[in-house]
Write a protein that binds this ligand. Structure first.
Ligand code: SAM
Length: 280
């Protein structure tokens, strides 16, 4: 039985069969369903054949009035369920401000967990799953996107980004410029009929999408951590690169950083090898 308070309810990211029995209970028992788009959620509810309470539109940035109304209902002991168009609310979707306001006012918040594109994409990527960083959507403008990628690609974790299909070729080209050999994975239309994925170096994927054009549908881009390919690069190869960079006048710091970026080898390993040059 759904209790009073706010419930954050995850819904399918493509395949309606992924709706959970608890999500169904939360949707059918709530006094109010707060959603991004009442028509979209109404359609999902009718496809699922569910009888439900009132639907109200809610967005964090454009609905301060709607938020106050929901908070008043919650303070009056009503059960409100928050859903987004697909997946888990608050994850690149509205809800954070509502949850924060509930926490500030002592209103109970619980969740019916379920689908989210970021975890679905990560687990099929073949990239390390022990540490990952979810970056949401990358900035729209080219210069801001490059700056963001520069920063993200130095993080020692698999990077997960939501991306629009029409920007994929530009984004992959930017990733390839920063680290040509970095392994990447792209997951498209997860759980849907035309689910598809690609796994290759940034350069190969950038070339592929430049020639093939952008794929259709929704997608997630993932980038391996800098040292995920470390074992593929020998000490001798790194030493040769160090000699080359240093003989061309690069500072030790710049040489380590550049080689780490180009090869995907962690900076600490490159640095340790550089120290061995002093002993020769
Ligand atoms: N809250 C959602 C979640 O938990 O995944 C994400 C909402 S965000 C506005 C939408 C983005 O998620 C899409 O642009 C795409 O990057 C990703 N996405 C959603 N569904 C997907 C799917 N079935 N396959 C691949 N990516 C998906």
């Amino acid at each position: 039985m759904t209790s009073p308070g706010l419930t954050i309810t995850a819904t399918p990211i493509g395949n309606l069969d992924d709706i959970s029995p608890r999500a169904v209970a939360s949707l059918t028992e709530a006094d109010v369903i707060a959603c991004e788009d009442t028509r979209h959620t109404g359609l999902m509810l009718s496809r699922l054949g569910l009888k439900h309470g009132r639907l109200v539109a809610y967005h964090d940035h454009t609905s301060p009035g709607a938020r106050e109304k929901l908070l008043a209902e919650l303070e009056n002991g009503k059960a409100v369920t928050l859903v987004s168009d697909a997946g888990t609310p608050l994850i690149s979707d509205p809800g954070y401000r509502l949850v924060k306001a509930c926490r500030d006012r002592g209103i109970p918040v619980t969740t019916v967990p379920g689908p989210s594109a970021l975890l679905a994409a990560l687990v099929v990527s073949g990239l390390p799953t022990d540490r990952f960083y979810f970056a949401g959507f990358l900035p729209n403008t080219a210069s801001k996107r490059k700056k963001a990628l520069d920063h993200l690609m130095a993080i020692d974790a698999t990077i997960i980004c939501y991306e629009s299909a029409r920007r994929l070729d530009d984004t992959m080209a930017d990733i390839a410029l920063i680290s040509p050999q970095r392994l990447c994975s792209i997951a498209r239309e997860l759980t849907k009929t035309f689910e598809e994925s690609w796994h290759d170096t940034a350069t190969n994927l950038a070339d592929h999408f430049r020639l093939a054009g952008p794929p259709k549908g929704e997608l997630v881009v993932m980038i391996a951590p800098p040292d995920a390919m470390e074992t593929d690069v020998s000490d001798a190869a790194i030493l040769a690169l160090l000699n080359e960079h240093l003989s061309q006048g690069a500072s030790r710091r710049d040489a380590v950083r550049q080689i780490s970026t180009d090869t995907g080898v962690g900076k600490s390993r490159v640095y340790d090898l550089m120290l061995t040059l002093d002993q020769i």
